[in-house]
Write a protein that binds this ligand. Structure first.
Ligand code: CAA
Length: 256
């Protein structure tokens, strides 16, 4: 596919996708979702990529769904626009490998929703978060009504969506929406350090942990713990687990 919005770099087991439509603050349109799904089609079967990083070009991460595209929609088109976005973000959330949002600037509306479909968020001090849809007389459409409360609790989700307030990276850190805040010029340095660290961990253990943590949300505590026990047992057939423990006992670095 001839990408017009996505810039993709893959090196040293890490894929970095930069959303690049800075003239519209990287607003998410149908073209973006087509390109992003195409990118996921290519990424999903690859064994050599261990971590995905998503960031934005310019002063925004993503300033929301594309208002210029939405303004002409009727209810059927609005529903299709929402479900296409939701399905894409579900797919991202369920990606086997960990996904880090490197939030360089505005992450508003659909942009904040995109960060929430990633596994965690590292933000520049300049980043701003929010669900400003109320200012447009609308509700969020890419699952903020569900993911925001799961990540930050009911009160914070209701507060952010009903007020449409935009919050700083430090406030986002305080409510658990963001895991780490960096100086703007250090954002990608910090994110690549984290990505490299995760890429260097036993890859099966990383992938299995992500899967169980995410699957557990939809299960009872007992069912989810049983899933953990099954996977915990299964890993003893895995050479990487044996090597990790042997390396510890032999006081050396594991060779994965
Ligand atoms: N959609 C389309 N275009 C957008 C956009 C969006 N979400 N956000 C910004 N742009 C465009 C602007 O229209 C402007 O284009 P022109 O230069 O052609 O006029 C350009 O990007 C630069 O934006 P501003 O001049 O507004 O930049 P600013 O620095 O003054 O303000 C901002 C930045 C506060 C982020 C402001 O652009 C803004 O409020 N954007 C809209 C944020 C928003 O409401 N997002 C939610 C969208 S709805 C949604 O996402 C629903 C959903 O859940 C699916």
């Amino acid at each position: 596919m001839n990408y017009q919005i996505l810039k993709i770099q893959i090196a040293d087991r890490i894929a970095v996708v930069t959303i690049s439509r800075p003239a519209a603050l990287n607003a998410l349109n149908t073209r973006f979702f087509k390109e992003f799904n195409h990118f996921l089609d290519d990424l999903e079967p690859r064994d050599d990529v261990k971590v995905l990083v998503i960031t934005g070009e310019g002063k925004a991460f993503v300033a929301g769904a594309d208002i210029a595209e939405m303004v002409h929609m009727n209810s059927d088109e609005g529903y299709a626009f929402s479900t296409f976005g939701q399905r894409t973000f579900d797919r991202l959330e369920q990606l086997r490998i960990p996904v880090i949002a490197a939030v360089n600037g505005y992450a508003l509306g659909g942009g904040c929703e995109l960060t929430m479909a990633c596994d965690f968020r590292i933000a520049s001090k300049q980043a701003k978060f929010g669900q400003p849809e109320m200012n447009l007389g609308m509700i969020p459409g890419y699952a903020a009504t569900q993911r925001l409360s799961r990540l930050t609790g009911l009160g914070n989700a209701l507060y952010l969506i009903l007020t449409a307030d935009t919050i700083s990276a430090d406030d986002a850190l305080r409510i658990g929406l963001v895991q780490k805040v960096t100086e703007p010029e250090l954002l990608m340095v910090e994110v690549m350090k984290l990505a490299t660290k995760i890429a260097g961990n036993g890859s099966q253990a990383v992938v299995t942990s992500k899967r169980i943590i995410r699957a557990g949300i939809a299960k009872s505590f007992q069912e989810a713990s049983e899933l953990e026990a099954i996977e915990f047992g299964r890993q003893f057939d895995d050479q990487a687990t044996k090597e990790g423990m042997k390396a510890f006992l032999e006081k050396r670095k594991p060779e994965w």
